[in-house]
Design a protein around this ligand. Structure first.
Ligand code: ADP
Ligand code: MG
Length: 317
């Protein structure tokens, strides 16, 4: 694979004895949409600020297209469009005016800035409302304007912190579709953070899951469940063929006497067996040694919903 456009090694950030980001190693490649995912407080925004050179790491390094944001923050800013999670606009000015202003601040003449602003307002689907005051915009429209704002300097990379926060489900879908389209068209690298795995999974080529400052897994969404749960033992569903709940319950309790079976639960008429056997074969042998009736046995796969409920439910962490 070619050289990563963002390369992070051993990155660490500590706030008053609290480790916000812990030895992060991560490479992001040109043209990919990478999702930085994790519950609130996981360290996503802190990581983004270090990539941008806006906060100093305790240790470790970041290179953005070969440039160190600590020593050359201005050069990095030229390459990267950043949409913070709390972007503010001049509410009493129009969307178009806001973009013209940013373009002028980036060194364009008024006429160039106006041309640029008009192009971008069309790109993000706000052409109809470009001449309306931002104060009349919905949250979704403001996020689109924010996206246009990040694109003004023709960046190679855009970093969007919680861009889907506060959008309704349709708004989320449309916004993510727009990002995907732009990324493809311009070969733009996109790093976005979110605490909604479900919302962003479809558009991200790869994601990294952060929990309490640690990147606990990263890769393609479909490979994550395997990475995350491979050390957690296995759950196998056993259909005893019995119908009587008392009989099934008696077997369920009896299973706990078998070495390697850690926990059992009812799953309708099936018994969910949580165990540490390497596969179903030795489990089946142990069950038949104990004369447990087996009609059908099925190893349960973990999916995104398992990841979600395990790592992302707000009340869990
Ligand atoms: P996320 O973006 O994933 O919600 P953050 O990066 O904002 O998480 O925060 C990570 C941790 O660092 C949290 O525990 C947060 O309270 C702490 N933190 C973030 N910014 C500061 C700061 N400026 N001062 C002190 N602690 C901070
Ligand atoms: Mg954040």
């Amino acid at each position: 694979m070619d050289t990563p456009i963002i390369s992070i090694k051993g990155l660490r950030k500590v706030y008053h004895n609290h480790i916000a980001v812990n030895h992060l190693d991560l490479d992001i490649h040109k043209g990919e949409i990478f999702g930085l995912l994790g519950p609130n407080g996981a360290g996503k925004s802190t990581t983004i600020l270090m990539i941008l050179g806006l906060t100093e790491p305790a240790s470790g390094s970041v290179l953005v297209d070969g440039i160190n944001p600590q020593t050359h923050p201005v050069d990095v800013k030229k390459l990267v469009g950043y949409l913070p999670d709390n972007i503010g606009f001049y509410e009493q000015r129009t969307g178009l005016d806001n973009l013209v202003l940013v373009a002028e601040l980036n060194g364009y003449s008024y006429n160039e800035a106006l041309g640029k602003a008009k192009d971008l307002i069309t790109t993000v689907g706000l052409k109809e409302v470009g001449n309306k005051k931002v104060s009349t915009y919905s949250r979704g429209m403001k996020q689109r304007l924010g996206l246009a704002d990040t694109l003004i300097k023709n960046p190679k990379i855009i970093i969007l912190d919680e861009p889907t926060l506060g959008l309704d489900p349709t708004g989320v879908k449309e916004f993510l579709a727009l990002i995907q389209k732009l990324s493809k068209k311009e070969n733009l690298t996109v790093l976005l953070s979110s605490h909604h795995l479900h919302q962003v999974q479809e558009v991200c080529n790869r994601v990294g899951i952060f929990v309490k400052g640690n990147l606990i897994a990263h890769g393609k969404v479909q490979d994550l469940a395997h990475q995350l749960f491979r050390n957690n033992g296995v759950t196998t569903l056993l259909d005893t063929g019995l119908n009587d709940t008392d009989e099934i319950n008696a077997i369920k309790s009896r299973l706990l006497n078998i070495d390697g079976i850690e926990h059992t639960d009812m799953n309708g008429k099936q018994i969910a067996i949580h165990h540490s056997f390497s596969s179903n074969t030795p489990l089946i042998k142990a069950l038949s040694d104990q004369e447990v009736p087996i009609r059908q046995i099925l190893q349960k796969g973990y999916d995104l919903d398992d990841i979600y409920s395990y790592y992302f439910e707000e009340n869990r962490l």
